[in-house]
Design a protein around this ligand. Structure first.
Ligand SMILES: *Cc1c(COP(=O)(O)O)cnc(C)c1O
Length: 445
């Protein structure tokens, strides 16, 4: 086995650092994390990765392939994190690696338009008909920021309505009652956001159609929330929100940063049949590289600069590597791929339900297409208040028991599981076997 930094006889990699290896011939997670924390606040570049919600020291990844990641100590984990959904074809998929490599040979950024960004935008429009025009950018957070600015600019109104538990990235105006890391950290929002930045943000409960008035520029939501566990929209809810937006002339923004190109070729809007004015994308469309996109009705999208008065720009927007990776990822996502992922998600969920039942743990494992949620409470959740009933302490014990088994879940009770194209039957079955033992251990306290 090739160890990531050193082998027993000494360093095998250029740049291997004896301080990290401490003369043991192998780098250690703890030593690397400590060293990172001396230069990167908390040792991480995205809060949830620090394991605050589950305790312990993060594993530091050296490489990944398919459904597996390896840490710097050479331990392998079957991975259900999959970069929080940015990876759908499995890690280091040969087609995506080849696309990135080949693009890199042509240069990595120019500051001028390229054919690849045009093709990715066309691919998005073809799959998601509501996206008559598409603007590419660098992250999901940038997409939601831009969509909100665009909605305000296009309507001439200021107010934004968001739903508690829906997460829209690290965006000042949208951090109130966010899911994901915000929920995990138990923050009501975050310090550093002035009251003025959220003064025009109204937070309402999910699954209840809000009563709007003509001050509302837009309603933004994850149509299939996947940052407070996995919460299904109640029948009629999304249609109701659409109708209420139409009644007052507000725009409807779907944040499909997770669900886009993951639950179906046309995103969750294809499954639910409700057409938004604007859609935010990220994650899957970058093939694991940084990306974001806003798509929507032509008339609204053309309010963006340079055609309209709503400014948007980005030095690396439409990046050649990210668009190459995204195009390669989308090329793998045919009908058979979605069918396969949905099957694997069902197999995983069935196995997990059995594992929790056998351990006497009150659990719900909701599934929608390829997304799987975990909710440790007697009753299934319909909104953020109910989602927060999940037993976070149990999740933390289960998380660590799974990690000890060699299975990586996200280090937070509100994240979902991301089985993808690399999660074969044998991978799923191994995860389920582990879950059986881990659930018993976690239930024992
Ligand atoms: C991840 C996520 C974002 C933020 O995307 P980044 O690329 O992390 O900025 C926005 N909305 C949803 C629903 C997400 O899951």
């Amino acid at each position: 086995m090739t160890l990531p930094f050193c082998d027993a006889d000494g360093c095998v990699r250029a740049g291997c650092d004896p301080v990290v290896c401490r003369g043991k011939g192998v780098a250690s997670n703890a030593a690397l994390f400590e060293r990172s924390a001396a230069v990167i606040p908390g040792g991480v570049n995205s809060s949830i990765r620090a394991f605050k919600a589950v305790g312990g020291t993060p594993y530091i990844v050296s490489r990944a392939e398919g459904a597996s990641v390896w840490d710097v100590e050479g331990r392998r984990y079957l991975d259900l994190v999959q970069s929080y959904g940015a990876i759908i074809a499995g890690h280091a998929h040969p087609k995506i690696v080849e696309a990135i490599t080949s693009a890199a040979h042509d240069g990595t950024s120019y500051g001028a338009p390229t054919p690849r960004e045009m093709r990715l935008a066309e691919e998005i429009r073809e799959r998601v008909p509501s996206c008559e025009r598409v603007r590419l950018m660098n992250s999901g957070s940038e997409a939601t920021t831009t969509a909100v600015r665009l909605a305000r600019g296009a309507t001439g109104r200021d107010r934004i309505v968001k739903f508690a538990g829906c997460f829209h990235g690290a965006v000042d105006a949208l951090l109130a009652a966010g899911g994901s890391g915000v929920a995990t950290l138990g923050l009501p929002g975050t310090a550093g956001v002035p009251a003025g930045a959220v003064a025009e943000t109204l937070v309402v409960p999910f699954n209840v159609v809000p009563k709007l008035d003509e001050s509302v520029a837009a309603v933004i939501l994850e149509p299939l929330p996947a940052n407070m566990g996995l919460v299904k929209p109640a029948p009629g809810f999304l249609k109701g929100v659409r109708a209420e937006c139409d009644r007052v002339g507000a725009l409807l923004i779907f944040d499909e940063v997770i669900s886009g190109f993951r639950v179906a070729s046309g995103g969750f809007q294809q499954s639910c049949g409700v057409v938004p004015d604007l859609t935010c994308f990220g994650k899957v469309i970058g093939g694991g590289l940084p990306i974001g996109a806003v798509g929507g009705r032509k008339a609204v999208m053309e309010e963006l600069s340079p055609l309209g008065r709503v400014f948007h720009a980005g030095t690396l927007a439409g990046n050649p590597l990210a668009t190459a990776a995204g195009l390669a990822a989308l090329s793998l996502l045919n009908d058979g791929a979605y069918e396969f992922m949905a099957q694997q998600a069902q197999r995983l969920a069935a196995g997990l339900r059995e594992a929790f039942a056998a351990a006497g743990v009150a659990a719900h494992v909701p599934v929608v297409d390829s997304l799987v949620g975990l909710h440790f409470a007697p009753d299934i959740a319909h909104d953020f208040d109910e989602a927060k009933q999940t037993d976070e302490a149990f999740y933390a014990r289960f998380f660590h028991a799974m990690l000890d088994e060699g299975v990586a879940l996200a280090p937070g009770a509100y994240e979902v599981l991301f089985p993808g194209l690399a999660h074969s039957n044998s991978v799923i079955d191994a995860i389920v076997d582990s879950a059986g033992r881990a659930a018993r251990l976690a239930a024992a306290g």
